[in-house]
Write a protein that binds this ligand. Structure first.
Ligand code: C2E
Ligand code: CA
Ligand code: CA
Ligand code: CA
Length: 278
């Protein structure tokens, strides 16, 4: 028994310390990147399925390390959340996204919407509203054109502080979307009272779509739910014409995905906008 125990220890310890080491390395790199402009923001088009015109953008953060390696947000956002660095990153993205939106509004994209992901940790912080107001004020954008993508758990939370924050955001005219909708555990009863404007169908349900199972698909259910509850619906991760066509026929008004446009830096986005107008 003793040798087994020792064997387990010998197996677990290096594994855990390797993970800790990775996290510390990642965190140190992230802090440096924050200072050295290693973090930047890309923008992905959101379109109306009826005529494919551009209606919005989603801001997504990117990290290029000093050695040129790209590290995806799925890898560094969780680490940033554990350390609190997520607030700094989140406000960096918000600030950038709002100023780019102001720029695009001035270049003929009146009414264009900008969606920004907000981590639960950033959202729950007592200074969140004040910092957000500051950023909106500095950029000069109309808050009605800003949308915050929040998690299902935040949208459902009944803590007084969270409810008040959601109300205040609505009061400012800011739109709220539930990201990755359908992947959480909210009940139908909770859904009804949910103070959000838009449900975002997760790409996992979009890539599952096919003609045969369309009626029973989760995407179809979310679209109908949105119609019943008076919420807008957008589908993410649309990669094929078949998916776009099916979503449109199911009554989904808006979509986002590689089929229409990849997440792009500002200059590429401008070229994309020029092409889409031509
Ligand atoms: P998300 O918010 O669900 O974002 C959608 C992800 O799907 C993005 O990955 C996007 O690049 C990718 N995507 C877009 N269209 C397609 C498509 O047609 N097919 C496929 N397969 N994928 C597509 P990305 O940029 O790697 O971001 C991953 C996640 O990291 C995001 O998931 C979001 O949860 C988080 N994230 C990204 N930027 C931020 C940020 O500024 N703040 C916070 N808190 N989280 C962020
Ligand atoms: Ca999102
Ligand atoms: Ca998603
Ligand atoms: Ca996500």
């Amino acid at each position: 028994a003793k040798s087994t125990q020792r064997g387990q220890l010998a197996w677990y310890t290096p594994e855990i310390s390797r993970q800790t080491h990775d996290r510390v390395t990642l965190l140190t790199g992230l802090r440096t990147a924050m200072r050295a402009e290693g973090l930047f923001v890309v923008y992905q088009p959101q379109i109306a399925l009826s005529d494919r015109r551009l209606i919005g953008l989603e801001a997504l953060v990117r990290w290029r390390t000093e050695s040129g390696e790209m590290i995806g947000p799925d890898r560094f956002i969780p680490v940033a959340e554990q350390s609190g660095l997520i607030r700094e990153i989140g406000f960096f993205v918000l600030r950038r996204a709002c100023s780019v939106l102001a720029l695009l509004h001035g270049e003929g994209c009146q009414g264009l919407r900008m969606a920004v992901n907000v981590s639960a940790i950033q959202f729950r912080h007592p200074a969140f509203l004040a910092e957000l107001r500051q950023i909106i004020g500095d950029s000069g954008i109309d808050p009605c054109c800003l949308e915050l993508e929040i998690t299902e758990s935040i949208a459902m939370e009944d803590a007084v502080y969270v409810r008040e924050t959601l109300d205040a955001l609505h009061g400012m005219g800011i739109q709220l979307a539930v990201d990755d909708f359908g992947t959480g555990y909210s009940s139908l009863a909770q859904l009804k009272g949910m103070a959000v404007d838009r449900l975002k169908i997760d790409k996992a349900f979009v890539c599952d779509l096919d003609e045969a199972g369309a009626d029973a698909s989760i995407a179809g259910v979310v679209i109908q739910l949105g119609q019943r509850l008076g919420k807008e619906v957008i589908a993410e991760g649309v990669e094929t014409e078949a998916q776009a066509d099916l979503l449109k026929r199911m009554g989904c008004p808006e979509a986002q995905g590689y089929l229409f446009g990849r997440p792009m830096p500002l200059d590429d986005l401008r070229a994309w906008i020029r092409r889409s107008r031509a």
